[in-house]
Each structure stands twice: as structure tokens, then as C-alpha cells.
Design a protein around this ligand. Structure first.
Ligand code: SAM
Length: 271
């Protein structure tokens, strides 16, 4: 949620000055029983965490998430208040996501995109999710009736992918592979390929090879705002240039990635 006045009130009641309140975090996410917040250089993290627990009675732990690093997107988190139990079951759009916030990332800002992926699929479609994580997109797409080949190479994330497939009763729709998607993609003929990774451009060649003619790719990229859609579309065109044509069907700004950089997704049909 956007900053709630009540957090300010609760911090003021704890003796925070206006200047300190100004530096308190402006937003946070409640994932199951954990509140995820980026404290940055905000003062008095433990007190701020306690104030957040006062606001959200469904939560029992607050973690400060610093950064998400490396190709496996591993989080760096620190418990700042509560019991310290960081395992959650987060429910969103009818899907249950079990994971531990210490082990794997979960982007609150991708919520609308997770819901959209559940809506774009047609029952019976074959989907290749090249960077499945814990099932962020695979689960809603399978719940929407698609058959999903879900590829994830990080063993921690893969463990949750298996757990979430069972938890959502989607074993008959999700084929999970603990592998590099470069190795799995050539064995797949997909109506739709999801590329939910910031290095997705390095994999466009195998993604397009896995798509049946007329199939759709959902291509993610972090793009400087000044460049806009030009770079993602150029990259798609140059990957398709060998022998295929592309039609851009849709595009969205998923979220702001950092100052001056957006996380974009482009939907393109490749003939
Ligand atoms: N789509 C997710 C979301 O909405 O939050 C983000 C998934 S995360 C950014 C990307 C995942 O891709 C990570 O779990 C990482 O381990 C995995 N990954 C990275 N490179 C991979 C590869 N070559 N093959 C398979 N999985 C890969």
C-alpha cells in the first residue's frame, strides 16, 4: 500500500520527529505473514518494524530487503521485528505461493503482470516459462488452463516451484525442469513463451526457436525511460530477422525498476 497516515501516527506516538518520519519507508508489501520493506537509510528500523506490525495484525515478522543480486536473483534480507519466521504462503488472485523470503525473491510490483498472465492464456495452450522461479507466472497460467513447461535452474526456487505446483493442485498442467532453459527450450514447441528475467534478451534466439509459427512471446526488459520501447522492439526484431516477422501486440510498464529505468514487457506475435 502507499504510505498510510497511520504509520506516521504510530511513529509519532513512539517519539519520532517529523524529520525522522519523513525518512521512514513510503511503501511496503504484506506477503502472507511477512511484511517486506526496503528501509534504505531510514532511522530506527526495529521501531519502524514494530509500528508496521501494529498496522498489519495478519503479519508476525518484518524484513528489510536490501537488494536482489546476481543471475539467480537471490535476496538479501534482515529481520527487523517480530518472530523471525520468514516462511510464507502468500495468496494472490486465487493462487497460493509458498516460499521463504530469505531464499527467493518475490516482486510485489509484478502483481498485475502475474494476474495478466493468468488471463492471456487459452485453455489447452502450450506455454514455455523460461525463468519460472517459484511459479510466479507458471501457476496462474496453468490455473488458466494452459500446459506449462516451467524451467528453473536455481535449486531453492525449484524446490518451491514443485511445492507450489502441488499446493495449487496443478501437477497435471505443469512440467517442471530443474535446468538451464537453453537446454530445455529446443525440446519444446510452445504457443507462448514467457521471458520473465532481466537478461531475457540473451535468450531470444532459443525462445523464438521454441515458438510455433504465430506464437506469442512475452519479453521482459529493464529499459531506460529515455529509450522507451525502441530497444526491446529492436532486440525482438533483430532476433526474428533471420527468417521471421514480428507483430507487437501489446506492451506494458510492469513497474519502475530504478530511477530513470522501467521494467517493461512487450507481447509480440512471431510468424
Ligand atoms: N518472473 C518472476 C517474477 O515475476 O517475479 C521473476 C523470476 S526471477 C527474475 C528469474 C528466475 O530465472 C530466477 O529464479 C533464476 O534462478 C532463473 N534463471 C536465470 N537464468 C536461468 C536460466 N538460464 N535457465 C533457467 N532459469 C534461470
Amino acid at each position: 500500500p502507499a504510505r498510510e497516515r497511520t504509520l506516521d501516527d504510530r511513529l509519532r506516538a513512539r517519539g519520532w520527529t517529523d524529520d525522522e518520519i519523513e525518512r521512514a519507508p513510503g511503501s511496503w508489501a504484506v506477503l502472507g505473514s511477512v511484511i517486506l520493506v526496503e528501509m534504505g537509510d531510514a532511522p530506527r528500523p526495529a521501531e519502524c518494524g514494530a509500528a508496521l506490525l501494529d498496522l498489519h495484525h495478519e503479519a508476525d515478522t518484518v524484513v528489510d530487503r536490501d537488494s536482489i543480486d546476481g543471475p539467480h536473483r537471490e535476496p538479501s534480507v534482515e529481520v527487523i521485528a517480530g518472530t523471525g519466521d520468514t516462511a510464507v504462503v502468500h495468496r494472490e488472485h486465487g493462487i497460493a505461493y509458498a516460499f521463504d523470503v530469505r531464499d527467493v525473491m518475490f516482486s510485489p510490483g509484478n502483481k498485475a503482470e502475474r494476474a495478466r498472465m493468468g488471463e492471456v492464456v487459452e485453455p489447452g495452450e502450450e506455454v514455455l516459462d523460461m525463468f519460472a522461479g517459484i511459479g510466479y507466472f507458471s501457476l496462474p497460467m496453468a490455473a488458466g488452463g494452459a500446459g506449462v513447461t516451467a524451467v528453473e535452474r536455481n535449486p531453492d526456487a525449484f524446490r518451491y516451484l514443485l511445492e507450489n505446483t502441488r499446493l495449487n493442485d496443478l501437477d497435471d498442467r505443469i512440467a517442471p525442469y530443474r535446468a538451464d532453459c537453453r537446454d530445455v527450450a529446443p525440446r519444446v514447441a510452445a504457443d507462448r513463451v514467457v521471458m520473465g528475467h532481466y537478461d531475457a534478451h540473451e535468450y531470444l534466439d532459443v525462445a523464438l526457436d521454441a515458438l510455433v509459427p504465430g506464437g506469442v512471446v512475452h519479453y521482459h526488459e529493464t529499459t531506460p525511460v529515455a529509450v522507451g520501447l525502441t530497444r526491446p522492439i529492436e532486440r525482438l526484431e533483430s532476433a526474428a530477422a533471420r527468417d521471421r516477422t514480428i507483430e507487437v501486440l501489446d506492451h506494458h510498464r510492469v513497474k519502475s525498476y530504478s530511477e530513470g529505468v522501467d521494467h517493461l514487457v512487450v507481447d509480440a506475435r512471431i510468424d
